[in-house]
Structure formats: C-alpha cells, structure tokens
Design a protein. Structure first.
Lengths: 325, 332
C-alpha cells in the first residue's frame, strides 16, 4: 500500500510540473497586458518602467524559472490589476466555489443514485423510462440555459428564491459559508441545482447501466436463492457493486465541477473562482490566470489521488493486488 | 409416505419478442426424502430452468405457466413471492454452476454467510457466525476463521464451490438443487466435491436434485434419473436400470456418447444433428428428426407412459428388449 501510494504521489507531482510549463507558456502567448494596464496617454518611459516592474522584459525561460521558484514558496505572482498576491485573491474566492461544488455533488448523488438504481431495477416501467428521458434533457440542454430557466421559474415567476449573488454568509472556522443558515441555502440552492443537473444525469445513467449489469450476475440470483429480502439484495449486494464505477467517475467530475463552475457562477453572479477567472481573462491579469490554472491542477490531481485510495477501500480486489505489487 | 417433491407437468415459458420459447414444457418427476435425482440433458434441454422454476427464480420474460410443484404438500407453482422467499435457502437450497460467479465479489465470506442465517432465523450475529464457521468445517475447509474474513477472490474455484455448498447447508434444507456444480472445476476437485456432497446428503438426509449433462458423473451418485430433451422429461427410472437398459432412443444415444471403457481407436458414437430451437420445435416427438427409429407414427406427440415397471418414457417405439433391439439394429 505504501509503495502504491508513493508511486501515485510521484505521478501526481509529474502531472503538476508538466501543467506548470504548459500553463506558463500558454498564458505568455496571450496579448500584452501592458497595453491594458497603463493609460493610453502614458509616456514611453512610463511604459518601460511598467514592463520592468512586471518583469516582462526578461527572456521567457528566466520568467518561468522565477515563476517556478516563487511557486514552490507558494507565491504565484502579484495580480497586475489588484496589486495583491494572486493566490490570496483566489483563495478568498475558493470557499464559495467549493461550497457550490460540494452541494451540487451531494444533490447529484442523493437524487441521481436512487433514480438510476430504480430505473435499472425496473427498466421497462413508466417511472424508469421517465427517469431516462429526463436524464437525456439534463445531458443535452446547455448549462447556462438551464440556469436561466431555473432563475425564470423559481426567482421570477414563483419568487421563491433569489436570482443571484451569494447573500449573507456566516463564519465557520474563519471561512464564510452559506449552508448553515436558511437564508444561505436560499441563495445556494439554485446555482447548486444548476451545477448538479448535468452530473445528476450522468450519475443516473451510470447507476442504471451498472444496476442492470449487476442484476444479471449469478451472485444476485444466488442471493435470491438464499432467501434474502429484496431490500437487502438492492442495498447491499447491488449497491456495493455499482458504487465502484460511480465513485471513480464522480471523483473526476468533482474536480471538473470545482474547476469549471464558471458558467453557473457567471449566470448566478456567484462570487467564486470561476467568475474571477472570466474577469481576469478579460483584463489579461496573467498571474491570476496562471495561479487559477495551477490551483485547479493541484485540486484535480489531489482529488484523483483521493479517489484511487477510496477505490481501493471499496474494491477488495484492487486492495489486494496492490499489496502484492 | 408422501414424496418430498412431486412435480407434475411443469411448464415454464419465455415470452420473447421472437415468440414463445417453451423452455420447460411437461416435466414430471417425484423425489422422496433423502433421495438423489439426476436431471440429465444436453445444453438447452431446460434442466436449469426446471431448477429455477422450483424456487420461483425464473426471471422475466420467463414465467411458470402450468403444472404443479408439490413440495411437502404445498403447491409452489402458484405461491406468492413472500412464501417462496421463506422456503429459499431455508428448506430448498441451490448450488450454482460457476463458483467464480456465485459469491458477491465485494462482500466478505462471513457477511454472505451470516446474512443467509439471519434471513430465516432470529439469532444473534455471534450465533450466526458460529453456524457459518461450523458449516465451513463441515465442507472440509481448514482455518475457517481466517476464511470467514476473506473475500471470494482469495479462494480457488473448488474452495468457492465448497463455500457455496456450506451456504446451502446452513439451514439443513430438505432439498438441495445442484446445477452442474462440478462442471467448472478440475477433475480431481470435481471428484472431491462430488464425494463431499454425497456424504453430506447422506448424513443430513437431504434430498438432492443433481442437474448435469454428464451421465458419468451422475450415474454413480443418483438413485434415479430423469432424462430431459427439448423441455420435456423423456425417460425416468432407477439409475442402474436406465443406464443399463435405456428405453428411449435419446437416452440410448446419450449413454452411447459417453466414451468410457471403449476399446482404443474404436469409433466414438454420437447423436446426429442438434437440439431443436425452442422457438421452432418439430411436430410430434421432439426427438423424431434425430431419431433412428423416427417415422410417421411419431408425428403425434407421445405421452409419458410406464413401459416397464417403474420405467416411464415418452416414445412411440421404445427399446423394450435391449438385446433383441441391438441385434435388430446391427442387421439393419
């Protein structure tokens, strides 16, 4: 297990380094931030001073080494726009995105798995077919449009929930969160639902396909031949088997939910990292973009690592073969 | 004494898009307490479906559409799910063909055994575990405590089948249905498992239905045989009688196909053709197209009839005097 862990951590580090190079080179190719940062009337000397202050006159490799060295110390540069460390700005926005993504994940699992299993157990029933038809909508309707329709229905027509923003937050261990107050939930619910819909459709299809497959297995028939109750068969024998692929996929999806909540955050004016990224791209605020991408990579790599470990807990066959290997 | 199990004209059909597949269409046999019945037939003859029908485990689109399954006096053919569930694992247990597939790969052996005990008996977990342990010892598994804490993939095929047998024995059932439980195993393990089951059934007085395509295996084990062809029982009788003097031409062909004890390089016998499609069965006797004795008289389906004392067969031209028949066929 330890050898396995070390190997996985090594792979993760390699992924982060590779990404650092790609991100830095990629972002360097985008426009010239000086044009936006200095006023059009600025003199040549002022422009040169700005370039020197930002370190843009040095060759690319030197800039990268400086960047990498600073990155190791946790410094991903200072925002051109805000004049504060990029990491600090992003971390400030992080809790909002995390909260949104986790609640969305929770919604998609808590609703998606039961619906998917139901559709898998009764594939020909009206309910099962309706669930599948609904999941196709969840898949194919564009995310931003779903968000707008949600706002239209729940905020404009029904007036039950606010249309956007994060509303009041309370501090939990120094981090502002929404989920502790009913008011916070009112603001959180719509964007989380919007972000969850696509994943929910994915979970439903995954759970259904796996349930159908598992139900055909001999061990399910054997469990029935042992006289077990249907409830025990579904909740223990079927569930435990379908959780393996679902956890794998959801782990990957959680990463993408955190990283790419951008659309939802923009539609609902949710003050998270995604909105920050869009704003920074518009302003060519390189350090923030780079820091955002790097942080995203680290988050996804970490989640993947966690999923692998969780996977080995769920599936005894993985656990054992890795002990041997 | 009333028999433990009396199956009368059992019919299980599968309602598929291509038509009705009559997988089991007229199966009758009786089984007394402690008796061993060999249910023999080729692949697709309906023997496994027969086994599942007894437990009410036929999955849609299949359904038991007719006949009676009298188990200890009650008819299981029309019984509701709750009643069947009380019987399954408790009074009728089943062992499946492929031991690699019958145990749930993500649950530990103790979980899978304890849940079987708790499904029928209100006992403490500790007691259920003790019973599971005793059952493992009974089927000859050493270090049972260690085995209980293992997962199925840590076992060999033979070992898994022993565990499956131990699970079947947990409630000391009146009847065990064994669906080709040794087919997937090595020959040496096969013999071990066979001897084990035989011994356990004799000790506990459990009746056994042994489903197989292998006459050699079943002839040493079963008290009586029921030979199936295309969803029907075509011949039943005491094992020794059926083996030495088969009445139905199909049984003769089946026994002739066993290569045991033939001189080296002699031609192996075979039955020409293949089992008919269940969706498109021949008219009259199902075996007619492959039967050396088939003629126009066979176009009306024969009923199961007692040709010799205790010997039932579904045939118009049965072999009633084997020696005479052999001579006749050699001439022709």
């Amino acid at each position: 297990m330890i050898v396995y862990l070390l190997r996985r951590v090594g792979q993760s580090i390699l992924a982060v380094v590779t990404m650092a190079v790609l991100v830095f080179i990629g972002v360097y190719a985008i426009g010239n931030p000086v044009d936006i940062l200095v006023s059009p009337e600025a003199s040549q000397a002022e422009i040169r001073a700005t370039i020197e202050r930002l370190g843009l006159d040095k060759p690319l490799w030197e800039q990268f080494l400086t960047f990498a060295g600073n990155a190791l110390r946790g410094d991903l540069g200072t925002s051109f726009v805000y004049g504060r460390p990029a990491v600090e700005i992003i971390l400030q926005r992080l809790p909002a995105t995390f909260e949104l993504a986790f609640v969305a994940l929770l919604i998609s699992v808590l609703i998606g798995i039961p619906l998917g299993v139901y559709a898998g157990l009764k594939p020909d029933s009206l309910g099962g077919r309706s669930v599948m038809a609904g999941s196709i909508l969840g898949f194919s309707l564009p995310n931003f449009w779903q968000g707008m329709i949600l706002i239209l229905i729940f905020a404009v027509w029904l007036g039950w929930l606010p249309a956007g923003g994060r509303g009041p937050t309370v501090e939990l261990l120094g981090i502002p969160v929404s989920f502790l107050t009913p008011q916070g939930w009112a603001y959180l619910l719509l964007p989380a639902l919007n972000l969850a819909l696509f994943k929910m459709a994915l979970v439903i299809r995954l759970a259904r396909a796996n349930t159908r497959e598992v139900c055909l297995q001999d061990y399910i028939k054997f469990a029935r031949a042992k006289g077990l109750s249907p409830r025990r068969i579904v909740f223990v024998h079927v569930m435990k088997n379908i959780m393996i692929p679902i956890v794998t996929v959801l782990g990957l999806e959680l990463g993408s939910m955190i990283a790419f909540a951008i659309v939802t955050e923009t539609v609902f004016a949710w003050p998270g990292m995604g909105k920050l990224l869009i704003d920074s791209i518009n302003l060519l605020d390189r350090p923030v973009i780079v820091a955002y991408l790097m942080l995203t990579v680290v988050i996804i790599v970490t989640i993947n690592l966690a999923v692998d470990i969780l996977y080995s807990i769920l599936d005894p066959r993985v656990r054992l073969s890795e002990v041997k290997g | 004494m009333t028999p433990l199990l009396q199956v009368e004209d059992l019919r299980t059909h599968f309602f598929t898009r291509d038509g009705v597949a009559r997988a089991v269409d007229g199966v009758s046999f009786t089984l007394n307490r402690g008796e061993v019945l060999g249910l023999v037939g080729e692949s697709g003859s309906g023997k496994t479906v027969t086994g599942f029908s007894l437990l009410g485990l036929v999955d849609p689109p299949g359904r038991v559409v007719g006949g009676r399954i009298l188990f200890d006096g009650t008819d299981l053919a029309g019984a509701d799910e709750a009643r069947l569930r009380k019987l399954r694992g408790k009074r009728i247990a089943m062992i499946f063909q492929d031991p690699m597939m019958t145990l749930n790969p993500v649950l530990r052996i103790d979980t899978q055994m304890v849940e079987t005990v708790l499904a029928h008996d209100r006992v403490s977990r500790a007691e259920a575990l003790a019973r599971a342990r005793a059952a493992l010892v009974q089927v000859g598994i050493s270090a049972p405590d260690e085995r209980l804490a293992s997962y199925p993939h840590q076992f060999s095929g033979g070992m898994r089948q022993r565990v499956a047998i131990a699970i079947a024995l947990l409630h000391k059932p009146d009847l065990i249905i064994a669906d080709e439980p040794t087919t997937a195993l090595d020959v040496t393990i096969q013999a071990q498992i066979l001897a084990e089951i035989q011994k356990l059934c004799r000790e506990t007085g459990t009746a056994l239905i042994w489903i197989t395509h292998d006459l050699a295996v079943v002839s040493g084990l079963a008290d009586k045989l029921a030979v199936m062809y295309a969803g029907r029982v075509v011949e039943t009788g005491e094992t020794s009688a059926v083996i030495t003097a088969p009445v139905h031409p199909y049984t003769r062909g089946l026994i002739g196909s066993v290569p045991h004890g033939k001189p080296h390089r002699s031609m192996l016998q075979q039955i020409g053709g293949m089992t008919p499609s269940l969706l498109n069965l021949p008219k009259g006797c199902m075996f007619r197209p492959r039967c050396p004795r088939g003629d126009d008289e066979c176009l009306a389906e024969p009923a199961l009839r007692e040709w010799l004392p205790g010997r039932f067969a579904r045939c118009v031209h049965p072999h009633l005097d084997p020696h005479l028949d052999d001579a006749k066929e050699r001439v022709s």
